[in-house]
Design a protein around this ligand. Sequence first.
Ligand SMILES: *Cc1c(COP(=O)(O)O)cnc(C)c1O
Length: 453
Amino acid sequence: MRVISTRGGLDGPRVSLSEALSEGLAPDGGLYVPEELPLADSARVEQAGDAARNPDPVASLAEVAEVVLEPFFRGDPLADALPELCREAFSFPAPMQELAAPMREPRDEGEEASGMLELFHGPTAAFKDYAARFLAAALERIPAKGERHVLVATSGDTGSAVAAAFHGRPRVRVTVLYPEEGVSPRQAHLLGCFSGNVQSFRVQGSFDECQRMVKVALGDPALRTRHGLTSANSISLGRLLPQMAYYVHAALRRGDVPSFIIPSGNFGNALACLWAREVGYPIGDVFLATNRNRALVEWLETGKVESRESVRTPANAMDVGVPSNLERLRFRHPEPGPLRDGSGTRSGARLEAGSVTDQEIRAALAGAPKRWGVTVCPHTACALHHLGRLRDGGDHRTWIVVATAHPAKFPEVVEPEVGHAVELPPALAELLERPARAQEMEVGKGTLARVLG
Ligand SMILES: *Cc1c(COP(=O)(O)O)cnc(C)c1O
C-alpha cells in the first residue's frame, strides 16, 4: 500500500507506510492517508473471525490486529515485523461488558443488546496505549540517521500514553508539553513520572499554545533535521491504523454487525472504526459523541467546519476546537450527506453524531451505575448519554459503547457524581507511586528550540 497526503492528493508524492510513520506529518502540512483503502475479501474476514474466536483474549486481539493490518503493510519494509509489532502493542485485553437492560418494559429476548468495550486496561488506562505502543515498536524498527526526538503536545491522555510507550527504548527521546492549568493533578503526575529518555514541560499557557509550539518546531526544516524531530500525536498514521483492530475484534466476537457509539475529540479513534467498516468488516452504524466542542456534529449537519478555540469541559481529553482527523474524512467524503444516510458507504451503514453538555455529562456519570451497571469516565459518559437517549426513543440496534479511559483517571469529576472513591487499577497505582517532575516552560516562539539545544 502507498500513502499520500490529504493536501497533495492523488497528484502529490506517494510514500511507503514506513516513511509516513517516520515523518508523522506530510511535508506539505497535510495528513497521510492510504492511496486506496485495501479491501478485506471474505476469506480475510473469515480469517479475522477465526482469530477473534481464539479463547485467549490477548492473543486473540493481537492475531486480529495482524490480519486486519496485513494488507496495509503489504510491500512495506515493516511487513515481516508486523506480527511482532501486534504482539507488542496488543498485549492487554479489550473486554466487553454487557450493559444492563434499559429501564422500561422488557422486550423479547435477544431483541436489544448493549455492550461496553473497555479499552483502558493498558499502562496508562486509556485507549491511546494500544496505538502509542504500536507506533513506538514500529519506529524502533525503522532505520534513522541518528536519535529520533518525538514531540508531543497533550491535553492529558496522549502525553502519558506516548511517554509510557517510548520510555526506555533505545535511540529515541520524548518531549511532552502540557498546559499547566489544563490537566488534572493525576494526569500531571502521569505526565511527569517517566524519567530517562522522557522529558515533561508544564507550559504556562493553553493546549492550543502547546500545540502551536510543537507545530512551529516540526515546521522548521533545519531544527527538524538537526534533532530528528517527529510527532506522535494522532495525526500520525501509526496512531490511527492499529485502532481498527479492537473494533473488528469486538464486532466479530459478537457476530451481529454491532453499531458503535464513540466518544470523540480529535476524531482518531472513531475514524479507525469507519476505516475498518469501509474495508469490509461487519460494523454497523457509527455514532460520534462529542462534548460541547461540537465541530464534528456541525460538519455532519452542515458540511462546514469553522475554526474555533476549544472550550473546557469535564471530558477534557475531547476538548478539541477543530478535530485534525476530520481532514482525513473530508478528503474521501467532501460532503457529509452520503455518510449520514449511508448512500456513500460500501455497506450502507450510517454516520451519526451528537454533542453532550457539561450537565448531561455529570448526569450520565451519576446515573450510569444504576441504569447500566457500570462506573465510567467523563468521556465514556458522553457515549452513555446518547445510548440512553436512543434507547428511550425506541432504538433497537445493537450498540457497543466505547469506554476510552478508566474512571480512576478523573477522580475530581467522577467521584462527586458517583459518591464514592473509584479504585485505581494496579498499573495506574504503580505509576502514581513513582516520583514525578516537570519543568516549567513559557509560551514563546523560540522556547522549544532553545530547550532542544
Ligand atoms: C483522546 C481521548 C478521547 C478522544 O479520542 P479522539 O481519537 O481524539 O477522538 C476520548 N476519550 C479519552 C479518554 C481520550 O483520552
